[in-house]
Design a protein around this ligand. Sequence first.
Ligand code: HEC
Ligand code: HEC
Ligand code: HEC
Ligand code: HEC
Length: 249
Amino acid sequence: MKKPRTRLVSMSISLGLTALLGLWLQPGVSGASGPIGSVHAGPNKYIGAKKCENCHNADASGNQWAAWAHAKHSTAYETLLGEDAKRLAAEAGVSDPSKSETCLRCHVTAYGKPKELFKKSFDPKAGVGCESCHGPGNDHARARFRAANAASDDEGFGDEEEEATYTEIPDGEIVASVERETCLGCHNHDSPSYKPFCFYKFRSEIMHLNPLKPRTAEERAKILVCGCGDACTCDGECVDGCGVAPKEQ
Ligand code: HEC
Ligand code: HEC
Ligand code: HEC
Ligand code: HEC
């Protein structure tokens, strides 16, 4: 006997049932520029951090939502409404930092991208969201919903309490490993409050790994260790995780 699919149903509604029916049921539509497994035409889109919460809020798999929501990236837009921002903005000749490209380009997700790349659910006030680092998530969210629906059709939907399991997803469905260059797009000298950016140290501060993801000891060390031992003193710029470049100024 099947139990009610409360969680999946509510997730589906929040993603847009119309879109599901309209697009997911047309396997013939070619995914012109989508990643592997994509069944709809058109570019991948930004859906907003709130959508990721649906599936990435379980403690057993690392609760990426909570890690982000409690860290500064999630309030990067609000920061532009504060007194410090007004002061920095005045120095830069900007009257309203929360409306100026001069500040917004690093304090919100995907600033300046064409309008048609954003789904309605996307909220720019959510600051530096998941998709700032992981890229647009619409194709990924759709693929995962589809997989979850298919699995529940096959086996019946089990307990409401979802078991903690790890699913391997196709390469390219979403950016899984975030490069230092992505961070440097914002953590650079154009920031009026620039702090020397040490990739390993800063990454450890925002880390939200999934403990269920299988990793070799080597892979784990590469992510968790600060470059070469503890060379990350953050006196200046860390270079490739090893050694520290001379301090500027
Ligand atoms: C319908 C559920 C669902 C939604 C919505 C969803 N994800 Fe996922 N995501 C998954 C599943 C399932 C995996 C596979 C790993 C696992 O089992 O935890 C995954 C994997 C990932 C990975 C790769 C991690 C790895 O293990 O290689 C990233 C990064 C990611 N998601 C980010 C996001 C972001 C960002 C959003 C929102 C834009 C999002 N996800 C929305 C279900 C979802
Ligand atoms: C889209 C721009 C953007 C990208 C990409 C970005 N950041 Fe940030 N980051 C910010 C902004 C803006 C703040 C300041 C937020 C605030 O205080 O309101 C910040 C703050 C931080 C902080 C807190 C610093 C402090 O003062 O306590 C850490 C740590 C951090 N980022 C790490 C990273 C890492 C690691 C990456 C790459 C994996 C990254 N960021 C990518 C814009 C970005
Ligand atoms: C500032 C950049 C940044 C933001 C914002 C961010 N992530 Fe990540 N995320 C990373 C980094 C760095 C990793 C570590 C994996 C790697 O790079 O190899 C990671 C890993 C992950 C993983 C895989 C965990 C693993 O064990 O590999 C998932 C799932 C994920 N993030 C989801 C999210 C979700 C959901 C959000 C928003 C609620 C989010 N991320 C916001 C940078 C970010
Ligand atoms: C090149 C990207 C970038 C631009 C442009 C940018 N910021 Fe930021 N902002 C950041 C980052 C990254 C941080 C985190 C601190 C740092 O720079 O390392 C930050 C932090 C802040 C903070 C928190 C200060 C602190 O000490 O933590 C304020 C306030 C702020 N920015 C206001 C502004 C204002 C106002 C503008 C426009 C005049 C602006 N920012 C433009 C990237 C940027």
